[in-house]
Write a protein that binds this ligand. Structure first.
Ligand code: 3DU
Length: 222
């Protein structure tokens, strides 16, 4: 895969993280290739890892910042083992849940050895309001205390994003829920997100490059 995506610290140029959740592996590879240079990171989640095998992380990581969205939520030792496996395949960032507790999040941060850990706060879908919203502020404070690089917070609720921004200082906020879930990229960035996470609106687009360009333009025009 060619392109200008880099491993290491996420560099926010386009302010877009592409969620490559396509389970048609050749489509996923194609979309990743097309989006290289047009987004700041490729996010890999269980659908693609289960379809393609974990070495898809290594493949993308050759030329991209790969964010492993494994939503890690286990005891500290298991969290550490998962993070080590992701890093061994070249992941630059990982996503964990906060609800398993501070020791579990700290285990991710320690095992990450400088790779970036992002902690889920309030989830973007309607069900995210049932439980995660009630604890999102605690989750955000926990993320800061544990030394996470940032949090995941909902583009579908900019008013909640704004509150969470107030709690995490200059830590990164990556914001899913744009496009298929109804959130607007410019609203999320205005409310304090550093970048939006976009899946279906990119990988299902007839031309993912054009779709990414439109999102970037919307962000720039905010
Ligand atoms: O809805 P989309 O197709 O744009 O995909 C959003 C991606 O972000 C997808 O991988 C999903 O698992 C992830 N995500 C959320 O959508 C909401 C969250 O609160 C956390 C992660």
């Amino acid at each position: 895969m060619s392109g200008t995506l880099r491993r290491g610290v996420m560099r926010l140029q386009h302010r877009i993280v592409a969620a490559i959740d396509a389970t048609d592996v050749s489509r996923a590879r194609f979309v990743a290739k097309v989006l290289a240079g047009r987004v700041d990171a490729l996010k890999v989640n269980w659908p693609l890892v289960l379809a393609a095998g974990p070495d898809i992380v290594r493949e993308f990581a050759d030329s991209a910042y790969v964010l492993c969205d494994f939503k890690i939520a286990d005891i500290p030792n298991t969290n550490r083992l998962i993070v080590e496996q992701a890093l061994a395949r070249g992941a630059s960032g990982i996503i964990c849940h906060a609800f398993a507790g501070e020791d579990s999040v700290r285990a991710c941060v320690e095992a990450a050895q400088g790779a970036e850990v992002f902690v889920v706060t309030e989830m973007s879908h309607p069900g995210g309001q049932e439980f995660t919203a009630k604890h999102a502020e605690e989750f955000a404070r926990l993320a800061v205390r544990a030394g996470a690089a940032g949090i995941i917070a909902p583009a579908t609720r900019p008013e909640r994003l704004r509150i969470l921004r107030g709690l995490v200082g200059d830590r990164l906020i990556l914001s899913p829920g744009v496009g298929a879930q109804g959130g607007k990229p410019a609203d999320a960035i205005r409310a304090g997100a550093d970048a939006v996470i976009v899946g279906r609106a990119l990988y299902e687009a007839s031309d993912p490059a054009v779709a990414a360009k439109a999102i970037a333009a919307e962000i720039q025009a905010r």
